[in-house]
Design a protein around this ligand. Structure first.
Ligand code: 2AM
Ligand code: CA
Length: 261
């Protein structure tokens, strides 16, 4: 068997096994997390982020040989062909401070398009996965398709104070909705949309590793994932994200971007 002939199912199983091992690493840290700041005092990395990235990189290199983009230490020269995209801990602030709502997010992309996705909600012990064209799963259970008709007035919306400040029209939408929430892990927040627990996730600045896996899981559950201006999601680039149930997506995009004030 050549590496190119590995099927999406085989690659999903390789990804799930690597992520499950990493969950054990995340749940059993040494007493000193080795915390350091990156771009600012709230942009953290720990020794566990780095260890998980190294461990998963090693397993994937050995079992597949494909290139890896990882948040902490792995860059790419190109997204051509099969490429893994890894966030070893999405929600590092939660890992350090709240001890919940952090994820391990791993996607396989083909020419920049996610085709296999695995996201672990580490503390809940839940593994979400998807293969392009085959639906989304939580463990062995298929995720039900999201309600394409339901409106934002009947939905919780996930967003952050930065977005509320930057997008004045968002405030009124939130007031008309069932309320807003924020968990602090973009991958898990998009999974909330996929699992029908929230109608939309609005974020101004996400990176490829935050959204590669979550985009596929949400789309496979019937959600719509674009940039905030409605242009298609291209996970190769940093930018905004609007992930939502179809009607919620249409109306939130309209209210935020299209309708005149
Ligand atoms: P992280 O924990 O991997 O850094 C919290 O606001 C969410 O946004 C998390 O998913 C976090 O991922 C991500 N995030 C934090 N800082 C970011 C940045 N500078 N660019 C993109 N995403 C960021
Ligand atoms: Ca991270």
């Amino acid at each position: 068997m050549t590496r190119e002939s590995l099927t999406h199912e085989e690659l999903r199983d390789i990804a799930i096994a690597a992520v499950e091992d990493a969950c054990e690493t995340a749940k059993n840290p040494p007493s000193d997390l080795g915390i350091s700041c990156k771009t600012n005092r709230n942009d953290l990395v720990t020794a566990i982020d780095k260890k998980i990235e190294e461990d998963i990189a090693q397993v994937l290199a050995q079992q597949t040989g494909y290139a890896l983009l990882g948040e902490e230490r792995h860059s790419l020269s190109s997204f051509a062909g099969r490429v893994w995209v890894l966030d070893p801990i999405d929600g590092t602030m939660n890992y350090v401070e709240t001890h919940r709502d952090f994820a391990i997010s791993l996607a396989l992309c083909e020419d920049g398009v996610p085709v296999v996705a695995v996201i672990a909600d580490v503390m809940k012990g839940a593994i979400y996965s998807a293969i392009k064209g085959q639906g989304a799963f939580c463990g062995e259970e298929p995720l039900a398709l999201v309600d394409a008709e339901r409106t934002y007035q009947d939905a919780v919306i996930i967003t952050d104070i930065k977005e509320i400040n930057a997008l004045p029209r968002l405030q009124q939408i939130l007031l008309e909705s069932r309320g807003h929430r924020r968990y602090g892990s973009a991958a898990l927040e998009i999974v909330e949309v996929a699992a029908s627990r929230a109608g939309a996730f609005v974020h101004l600045w996400v990176s490829p590793w935050d959204i590669a896996a979550a985009t596929l899981i949400c789309q496979e559950a019937g959600g719509t994932v674009t940039r905030l201006d409605g242009t298609p999601m291209d996970i190769r680039y940093k930018g905004s994200v609007l992930a939502a149930w179809p009607t919620v997506h249409r109306t939130v995009h309209n209210r935020l971007i299209v309708e005149p004030v």
